[in-house]
Design a protein around this ligand. Structure first.
Ligand code: PMP
Length: 354
């Protein structure tokens, strides 16, 4: 730390992103990217847009916002595009949390939430998941604050259904509920249609997972006009040109090819179920995932050891050194070929231990 670093950030512990080895020699199942390439329409549009990169991009992301609104059947002023969904989540912490409204989120969830809270100097409360690692909506009743729920939840993959989300929204209409649907493309119910009925709901989404565009950095939020207007105030006070022209064009191109994306996501969900079956046969236990990853544990090998041994054998998965989930690993669903390789390496490791 330099002696110039602002006092207000000196205790900040930054988020640690998953490993991103640049040599591609690993089978990479650690950061929930898609095994499918981006849709052709997205890469062609991004490359065309690169020709005008001497000009600023459209700060309103007009075309992209219109396409997102059409696709999700909402109005354009109910949409805000951002630089990955991390950005809109940060905006939401800035906009909707303060001294009277701490952030509320589960103890096991996306590890960036406590960092966003600390960065913005708002307090937060971590609500323990149930014993089976699911969220109990009742735990959020009667608490004031701004709720952040990843649905499906990060790391566990467990999803709440629409009735449960409605219950949380209705239990206090004066409290903003942010539903982070980063993993919402793989079969769970989306809360987006609920924005018509609940002005305290913000849903965030990303092109990073199901849409095969993690490197483009594109996310967005859908919510009531008023919530989106507040988030725009934050956006125009931090970074008006937050989505590059290449990324805006890529998003428009991808939405034109949404059919391919839907097929890819269905295929990922199928591979998830096949992999879950194969891992269960090997005595792994796991949470019921509706996401593009599995959260698994095995009685004969600790989470850290499995992570390390798989890495030695060229397969990267994600281990979280956090008390309640230390025995688990999160495994991204890759292609069938990648999953076969994973199972082959797991068999070797379990054999070596016996
Ligand atoms: N929410 C959750 C639950 C995530 O796991 C991630 C990815 N790390 C994000 C949001 C942010 O993803 P991105 O910024 O790539 O949209």
């Amino acid at each position: 730390m330099s002696r110039f670093f602002s006092e207000k950030y000196q205790k900040l512990i930054a988020y640690t992103p998953g490993e991103q080895p640049q040599d591609m020699s690993y089978i990479k199942l650690n950061t929930n990217e898609s095994p499918f390439p981006p849709p052709d329409g997205a890469s062609v549009a991004a490359s065309d847009a690169a020709e005008t990169m001497h000009l600023y991009c459209d700060p309103e992301c007009r075309e992209l916002t219109e396409r997102i609104a059409e696709y999700f059947k909402v109005e354009t002023d109910q949409v805000l595009a951002t630089n990955g969904s991390d950005e809109i989540l940060n905006f939401a912490f800035m906009a909707f949390c303060d001294e009277k409204r701490p952030a509320l989120f589960p103890d096991i969830t996306y590890g960036f939430y406590p960092v966003f809270a600390d960065l913005n100097r708002v307090s937060y409360e971590e609500i323990p998941l149930k014993e089976d690692l699911s969220v109990d909506p009742e735990d959020y009743r009667g608490r004031s604050g701004t709720i952040f729920l990843a649905n499906p939840n990060a790391n566990t993959g467990i999803a709440l259904d629409t009735d449960q989300i409605c219950g949380i929204l209705e239990s206090d209409p004066d409290r903003v509920v942010v539903i982070d649907e980063a993993y919402g493309d793989f079969g769970s119910e989306s809360a987006i249609p609920l924005i018509r009925d609940y002005d305290n709901l913000l849903v965030t989404r990303t092109f990073s997972k199901g849409w095969s565009m993690a490197g483009a950095r594109l996310g967005f939020g859908i919510g009531s006009r008023e919530l989106i207007a507040d988030l725009n105030t934050i956006k125009y006070s931090t970074n008006p040109y937050n989505v590059s022209s290449m990324t805006q064009a890529a998003g428009v191109g991808a939405l034109a090819d949404a059919m391919t994306i839907r097929e890819n996501c269905e295929e990922i969900a199928k591979i998830r179920e096949e992999t879950a079956g194969a891992l269960k046969k090997r005595n792994f236990t796991m949470t019921e995932s509706a996401a593009n990853f599995l959260f698994v544990r095995h009685d004969e090998i600790g989470g850290e050891e499995l992570y390390r041994k798989l890495k030695e054998k060229g397969v990267l998965i994600r281990h979280f050194d956090k008390e309640r989930i230390r025995d688990y690993n999160r495994i991204t669903i890759g292609s069938r070929k990648q999953m076969h390789k994973l199972l082959e390496k797991i068999d070797e490791i379990l054999e070596e231990k016996r």
